[in-house]
Design a protein around this ligand. Sequence first.
Ligand code: PLP
Length: 474
Amino acid sequence: MNNDDFRIWSRRAADWGADYRETLRERPVRAGAQPGDIAAMLAPWPPEAPEPMEAIFADFERDIVPGMTHWQHPRFFAYFPANAAPASVVAEYLVSAMAAQCMLWQTSPAATELETRVIDWLRQALGLPEEFSGVIQDSASSATLSAVLVMRERALEWAGNRAGLSGLPRLRIYASDQVHTSIDRAIWVSGVGEENLVRIPTGGRWRSMQPAALEAAIEADRAAGFLPAGVIASVGGTSVGGTDDVAGVAAVAARQGLYLHVDAAWAGSAMICPEFRHFWLGVEQADSVVFNPHKWLGAQFDCSVHFIRDPESLVRTLAIKPEYLRTHGKDGIVNYSEWTVPLGRRFRALKLWFLLRAHGLEGLRLMIRNHVRWSENLASRIAEVPGFEIVTEPMLSLFTFRHQAFDEQQVDEHNLALLQAINDDGRIYLTQTRVDGRVAIRFQVGQFDACEADVETAFEVITGIAARLATGGD
Ligand SMILES: *Cc1c(COP(=O)(O)O)cnc(C)c1O
């Protein structure tokens, strides 16, 4: 492709993106594809000869787009949001054109210095103390893996990377039963092992672990010869928003000399609003905190911010300095690849810079406050409709509900059927979870372009389809 064609096709792509966003409300949120539908349309062999861009682009529109679930759809109420505010998408076009490697300061000085600055902007925006610095990761899973590796190395006095884990004391890491599966994977990959992830039961309105129960588990483990290494606290768990008493957990971690990591991947964005910070009171005592600006804040996916109190222990765990990566004579500068598992790093700070400047914190706070308010209103309206029950009250903008079945035995099946009918309808998209073993339907609003009318549509779809199912209609 020559540069003239690059110009033409870049413009076509930008126009396509704007048209796409403009027409999203008319599309079904979730792809209607059956497994294998898309694969059947794709050439089984790689092309030997070049093909014209016109043909490639046409196939993209015809074969690929209809098989997509539309995460930028304003009525995407499933999972958690993965947003891409237009200003951040524009920044991504630019990043993609430059395709710079941002592993060392000298491989992209502006990227490193902008990363340091936007992380500090976010630190201030979230009300975290000055001691915190941080790094941008691809995902919360990577940040949590790094945190678990630090827990491991710190507890083993830095012997794990060198000697491997065999023959060393058995480590223990503690978390509530509400934490995300990325914690399990960090535990597996770090070699700590699932059996050494101690899950503390949760209770109360926010499904928190009891600090006393946590401390008892740690002491029992020590007495049994295990080596406690760290605690992971949840703020806004994925299932129903499970949130620990961070101050209580931090006090235990401090008394026990354990590393504390806080997973606020989704809920962290809401902490730009001071009135929501009660959900993570005590967070300033954590050793690290992760939140995903790509979830609720609007940064184009992927963008996860990992705040760290003491980068020394992280760098000591992860930094490798072969000769070809040494930046002679430039000591004192930050090389962010020493803070992450991957060496090569994308320039993710640019989209945060565009996003924060284009909307301002006030604009982003307004969006998040609206989402929380709309969600609370919807929960109270659904609660008033006969046959519906709110299973878990809103934690920020996430709540769960359930619809009664004629036969009490069939309530799980009935709610899964209701969910399927809602999603087949196409106007909204919801997902399910289990609360105390039983199916509940999740609702969260967090999509960047959502407005109150979209939440109103959700009410009509949910109650309308439930009524239709109840009268035996299809
Ligand atoms: C989404 C989520 C994660 C995982 O995030 P990735 O960035 O996809 O790895 C972890 N924890 C919580 C609470 C989440 O909501």
